[in-house]
Design a protein. Structure first.
Length: 485
């Protein structure tokens, strides 16, 4: 007998159908698709949200839409509650949730502090240009975007999918999406600058007449100081208040004691946001962790979408290397590409550095691009690469040995040959890493720690009693150590 489907599932599906007809496809895919209903009790529908950001964006901009949909299905006394996933560790089992009731407020527009400037009455050709050194003839400024940093050259993976989706949505309708401002944060070398350039370039392609400006926070600060020194602050404000998309890279640079620069940015931010002009910022920290800003400015950083770029996984790193080689008309063998992707895990900048080092060595010394050369360059130039073998590296070595794909051992299958390869991967992961069994299990088919412990015992016992398994373990062990030299 089939188990009854919980009542909240069809209710939420019907809500989604109502919502889908109201919002844009990009908003629906980014905001509503990741949300699941988890319970329905006494006309109170509980939605499970991936993070607190979803709760904030729903309450600020979509709560009226949600209430209308739910009340249409459940009645006027229907209520809404959120169950928010709070990340605490590497393993899903280490995460916790908090439950929050929906407020009774209406969706509100962001408060604005500055009266509008009649930009349409201004002659844009006469707007002073802070990018031009005083004394040099002024000209219509370029966007300051790097033409090579496009979406076509940007590799999308799980590490950056949300940020890319938001960026593409913005490029189609700058200033008109919920992602204003867009705040992208990550450690160095993970692609922030490339992504914001790609958004700016695509916006210029879609809307050639829009003024898109990319500027580092350092340059913004220097321009402000020059404007103060030359008594041209009004020109400085007018220039930035006339743009349609303002991209500020490394916003953390104006933190600390640069209070006057922060005040200038605060006024420009308010003005642009009021006119529905797009603002994009990058930082090395999230709005929650960044310090040295006035509270009112920090609050504005959280108005739209704040999303991070994470360290790319093995598949994405391989795709990044392949894409960069294709763009430059260069060929590396598959074993060299695999080696670089497996060994360099910190960021994409180190990947690029290793590739340049290999090419330079091969060109200057007339050497073939071999696996030995790749190992030599990685060891010499990428000092920050961890010496500990990663689970991804272990899975690749084990799966290559048995001639199956990594995806196969991570799939839900009970085929004996696949299960055994998965167990061998777990065995070597326990041997060569310091990760908890629960994390190893999450990487190997999403198994629990008890399954990993059983796998390790099974392989250890077989290697002591079965000659074939003993040979497998010996061969793989040698490959593991050779590849990690």
């Amino acid at each position: 007998m089939e188990k009854d489907i919980p009542s909240y599932i069809p209710v939420w599906k019907q809500c989604l159908e109502i919502i889908k007809d109201t919002v844009s496809p990009e908003v629906y895919a980014t905001i509503f698709e990741p949300i699941n209903a988890v319970s329905l009790e006494n006309k109170q529908l509980t939605l499970e949200l991936p993070s607190l950001w979803y709760k904030e964006i729903l309450e600020e901009q979509y709560v009226d839409l949600l209430r209308t949909a739910i009340r249409k299905l459940l009645g006027n006394d229907a209520k809404l509650r959120y169950k928010v996933l709070m990340e605490r560790g590497q393993s899903p089992s280490q995460n916790a949730t908090i439950t929050i009731s929906s407020t009774s407020r209406k969706a509100v527009k962001n408060p604005l502090m500055m009266p509008p400037l009649d930009v349409n009455s201004m002659n844009r050709k006469d707007i002073p240009d802070p990018f031009i050194v005083p004394g040099i003839k002024k000209q219509r400024i370029p966007s300051n975007l790097s033409e090579t940093l496009t979406f076509d050259n940007y590799v999308v993976g799980d590490c950056n999918r949300l940020a890319v989706a938001a960026g593409m949505s913005i490029a189609k309708a700058p200033g008109q999406t919920p992602f204003n401002p867009l705040f992208i944060y990550s450690e160095v070398g993970l692609g922030k600058t490339h992504l914001v350039n790609a958004i700016g370039i695509q916006t210029k392609i879609n809307f050639p007449d829009k003024i898109v400006i990319y500027v580092s926070a350092d340059t913004f600060y220097q321009q402000y100081m020059e404007a103060v020194k030359s008594d041209n602050l009004n020109d400085f404000y007018w220039f930035y208040q006339a743009v349609d998309m303002l991209i500020i890279d490394d916003i953390q640079f104006i933190s600390g004691n640069k209070t006057k620069t922060q005040e200038a940015f605060f006024q420009i931010f308010n003005h642009l946001h009021q006119l529905k002009k797009q603002i994009i910022m990058t930082s090395d920290k999230s709005p929650v962790d960044i310090t040295g800003f006035e509270p009112r400015l920090l609050n504005r950083f959280k108005w739209g979408l704040a999303t991070d770029l994470q360290i790319p996984d093995l598949e994405t790193r391989t795709a990044i290397i392949t894409k960069k080689l294709e763009n430059n008309g260069i060929e590396f063998s598959k074993e060299v590409i695999d080696y670089l992707a497996l060994r360099i895990t910190a960021n994409t900048r180190e990947l690029e550095g290793a590739m340049i080092a290999i090419l330079a060595q091969a060109s200057l010394n007339h050497r073939d691009i071999t696996l030995d050369l790749a190992r030599e360059m990685v060891d010499k130039y990428v000092k920050s690469t961890a010496k500990e073998i990663s689970i991804e590296y272990i899975q690749k070595i084990v799966c290559d040995y048995f001639g199956i794909s990594v995806e196969a051992i991570n799939a839900k299958t009970r085929k004996r040959e696949i299960v055994q390869v998965r167990q061998i991967s777990m065995y070597f992961a326990k041997k060569y890493t310091h990760l908890p069994l629960s994390v190893i299990g999450a990487y190997c088919g999403n198994k629990d720690h008890a399954t990993v412990l059983h796998a390790c015992r099974t392989i250890r016992n077989l290697s002591e009693t079965d000659k074939k398994m003993k040979q497998y373990i010996s061969d793989i062990d040698k490959k593991m150590k050779i590849g990690n030299i």
